[in-house]
Design a protein around this ligand. Structure first.
Ligand code: NAI
Ligand code: COI
Ligand code: MG
Length: 360
């Protein structure tokens, strides 16, 4: 019996989480494994129910679990709070830091049947692409000290610090090269070494780590060029290695190139292999409560959990096949719907994936 901390969070989080758990329940029956879920508040739900974004009991539940399945946090309701108390800075960043989840894997692969949901020109999109963003998650400008504000009037100043140590860069670079060894043996490191001193070190260290992986081809690309190259020709990339902020930005771009933010899953891992699994997108307040959100990113995050934390690769692969078949049959949520789609809501998409899983 494996213990899973289930933290749905805010906005569409609870809606898509319900579908991920539905699919996990069906997978347990089919493959004969057992999961024990403990549901806990996080983000705005933590603030509303327990007075803070990351309540201590939630941390304890996570510590006592084998993996964390996370929805998403934040929304306009909590934006009046001091920034450090809001769901993003009060819960998501601290939970990543607390569990030392330095390695964020965001696989962006176009489902064959969704090539025409890709916003790129048909001749570019037609062959699909398969990119793995490897994003450093516990360092860089999101965590660097000092950060703050002082002064007033025209002299008022606000500042953040972009800092990376050699150790942090080496560690995430090895994660990227290890991943590349199991794929097309190509790493593209994304930086801004032409302007930022921290990125000069980033480029030097990545180049040094590359010598340990002679079979892997390494390219360096500046972030501005990388965002452009991604829309010009996404096939040129295999593993994209990024610091925290550039990885945050570029993974949203990758998500949309697959057709929707609602398709991109992620795994955040520490050095012991412990993981938090969450969609790459946010709480989508614009569609929350309408039952229309795409649950596939959350369900694929659950399959990453089965594969990386629970060694249940067969179950994960079968769920992925079920998703692929459902999409191929034309069952689509509104975000990926096209002319001939059967448009369904969040719960019906979960039901369709469960029905397909049971048939496989
Ligand atoms: N990991 C997390 O918990 C994250 C939280 N956020 C927070 O989420 C809130 C909203 O942020 P936004 O910038 O609007 O980004 P967002 O990712 O929530 O939404 C961007 C766009 O993508 C769409 N979208 C996202 N997920 C979708 C899904 N599953 N199905 C269909 N459409 C989907 C939304 O409807 C919206 O149009 C903010 O409070 C933000 O800070 C943002 C990113 C990550
Ligand atoms: C809300 C941020 C803290 C996180 C984010 O945008 C992400 O991890 O993709
Ligand atoms: Mg983001």
């Amino acid at each position: 019996m494996k213990k899973i901390a289930v933290l749905p969070g805010d906005g569409i989080g609870p809606e898509v989480m319900a579908e991920a758990v539905k699919v996990l329940d069906a997978a347990q029956k089919k493959f004969g494994f057992e999961l024990a879920y403990t549901w806990a508040d996080v983000g705005g739900a933590g603030i509303d129910n327990q007075g803070k974004a990351l309540p201590e009991p939630t941390v304890t539940v996570c510590e006592e679990s084998d993996a964390i399945l996370f929805g998403s946090v934040g929304g306009p309701k909590w934006e009046h709070l001091p920034p450090a108390e809001q769901p993003e800075r009060g819960a998501l960043l601290p939970i990543r830091k607390h569990f030392k989840l330095h390695c964020n894997l965001r696989p962006a692969k176009v489902f064959k049947t969704l090539v025409d949901a890709c916003p790129l020109r048909a001749d570019i999109a037609k062959d699909g692409f398969d990119i793995l963003c490897v994003r450093e998650l516990t360092g860089g400008i999101y965590f660097g000290d000092p950060k703050g504000r002082h002064g007033e009037g025209p002299e008022e100043t606000a500042f953040d610090t972009l800092v990376y140590s050699r150790f942090e860069i080496e560690r995430i670079a090895r994660n990227a090269f290890d991943a590349a060894m199991k794929r097309s043996k190509k790493v593209t490191s994304v930086d801004k070494a032409n302007v930022l001193t921290s990125m000069v070190l980033w480029r030097e260290v990545v180049t040094e780590v590359a010598k340990e992986y002679p079979e892997v081809t390494l390219d360096h690309v500046y972030i501005d060029n990388a965002t452009m190259q991604l829309v010009k020709d996404p096939h040129q990339f295999d593993v994209l290695l990024c610091g925290n902020m550039f990885g945050d930005i570029i993974s949203d771009e990758c998500a949309m190139l697959t057709g929707s933010m609602g398709l991109l899953a992620s795994a955040s891992l520490n050095e012991t292999g412990f993981g938090l699994y969450e969609p790459a997108g946010g709480s989508a307040p614009d569609i929350a409560g309408q039952g229309v959100a795409n649950p596939i990113a959350q369900i694929l995050s659950a399959t990453m959990m089965l594969r990386y934390s629970l060694d249940l690769g067969e179950a994960a692969g079968t769920i992925e096949t079920a998703i692929s078949n459902v999409l191929e049959a034309g069952t689509h949520t509104a975000d990926i719907a096209r002319e001939k789609s059967t448009v369904v809501g969040t719960a019906a998409m979960g039901d369709a994936i469960v029905a397909e899983l049971e048939k496989l």
